[in-house]
Design a protein around this ligand. Structure first.
Ligand code: PMP
Length: 358
């Protein structure tokens, strides 16, 4: 038998990274994953199920789900040949990384941000060029980002950014895309809560790729659906590496009906109003520093070790996210905006914890 470890076949880049994993905690008040607490109407769910029951489950879904792509084209205003659909937007981030990054390639990524970008880029063997946010208010450092973009193959920006809630202004994004040497990927997972989108830039530039998801504003994290919009030429390349049939017949039916019929403004407006109330409440508390957010979550810092405050909240039945391991986010937690009742429970638990941890 040859003397070797089976792990030697695993790429060193992969062995060097830790898995993106979330320990699933149960809690009465679940404010840890930026989910939408408002479920879609029960009647719409039943119609989705009825549509799936009409199909043959023993047959594959369409190779290219044309009807859904037409629906998305009508909804978004983008052309069908520039739209790709995926099993969550995560799948499309992965596909975009696969066609652009590898050894010898560089990707600029603001920090802190959604951890998956860096993980995928590292697994691909690319070099990461981190671009720290401005430390004072965690806004984007636009000039440094532009500088990095001029020399990188790819730039990945999340706007509004997770876990900070910061937004890249349209004028800054225009400069970024126009001056970038390569492809600019903008993840708009939370854009509905900001009231804005960088969509108009797609018409102007062919090196921009926008990612969207139904997991947040649309209340469908469990359904797993995302889509991307880019030039037809870029979409055609990414299509080559996407796994066939990754969007199953259930998700196809759900996405079609929901994009055709669901008005998300109701729940989005409720969450925006609740975010503003929650931000004001946090700002009024001594010893709590909250960062301005345009998403459905708020990042805040206290003087306590984040894990201790996290544990105290969890003991009180409130689950938030400990993000203190991210660069610059020492002593920070992130709380998703929930229903008014959830947010009150969170604030009560926070007040008690701040008192007892003294
Ligand atoms: N982008 C960002 C910034 C996110 O926070 C998330 C969800 N945590 C996603 C993408 C993933 O979206 P999806 O559920 O569509 O895969």
């Amino acid at each position: 038998m040859p003397d070797r470890s089976p792990f030697e076949v695993i790429k060193p880049e992969v062995r060097a990274i830790s898995a993106y994993a979330l320990t699933h905690f149960e809690a009465d008040v679940k404010l840890d994953q930026n989910e939408n607490p408002y479920e879609i109407p029960a009647d719409l769910k039943r119609r989705i199920v009825a549509r799936v029951l009409e199909r043959d489950w023993g047959r594959y879904p369409e190779f290219v789900p044309e009807q859904l792509i037409q629906t998305l084209a009508r909804f978004s205003g983008w052309s069908e040949d520039g739209i790709l659909v995926g099993n969550g937007s995560n799948e499309l981030i992965s596909a975009a990384v696969a066609v652009t990054l590898g050894p010898g390639k560089t990707v600029a990524i603001p920090q802190p941000t959604f951890a998956l970008y860096e993980l995928m880029a590292k697994a691909a063997g690319a070099t990461i060029q981190p671009v720290p946010l401005n430390e004072a208010d965690l806004s984007f450092d636009v000039e440094t980002l532009l500088e990095a973009a001029r020399t990188s193959d790819v730039v990945i920006v999340c706007s509004p950014n997770s876990p900070t809630g910061s937004v890249l202004a349209r004028s800054d994004a225009r400069r970024l895309v126009s001056e970038a040497r390569g492809l600019v990927i903008i993840d708009e997972a939370y854009h509905e809560f900001s009231g804005g989108t960088l969509f108009p830039l797609l018409e102007e530039f062919d090196n921009l790729l926008l990612l969207r998801t139904l997991s947040k504003a649309w209340s469908l994290a469990g359904i797993r659906f995302g889509y991307m919009m880019a030039s037809a030429a870029i979409a055609a390349e990414i299509r080559k590496v996407k796994l066939p049939y990754s969007v199953n017949i259930f998700t196809l039916a759900a996405a079609e009906l929901i994009v055709e019929e669901l008005a998300v403004e109701g729940s989005v407006n409720k969450l925006i109003a609740a975010r503003e109330l929650l931000a004001a409440e946090l700002a009024s508390r001594e010893g709590v520093e909250e960062f301005p957010s345009q998403a459905n979550f708020i990042l805040f810092r206290t003087r306590f070790v984040a894990r201790r405050l996290f544990d105290a909240l969890y003991q009180a039945g409130v689950l938030v996210r400990d993000v203190s391991g991210y660069p610059m986010l020492e002593r920070c937690l992130r709380v998703s905006v929930g229903t008014p009742e959830d947010n009150t429970r969170f604030l009560e638990a926070l007040d008690r914890a701040l008192e007892t941890l003294e």
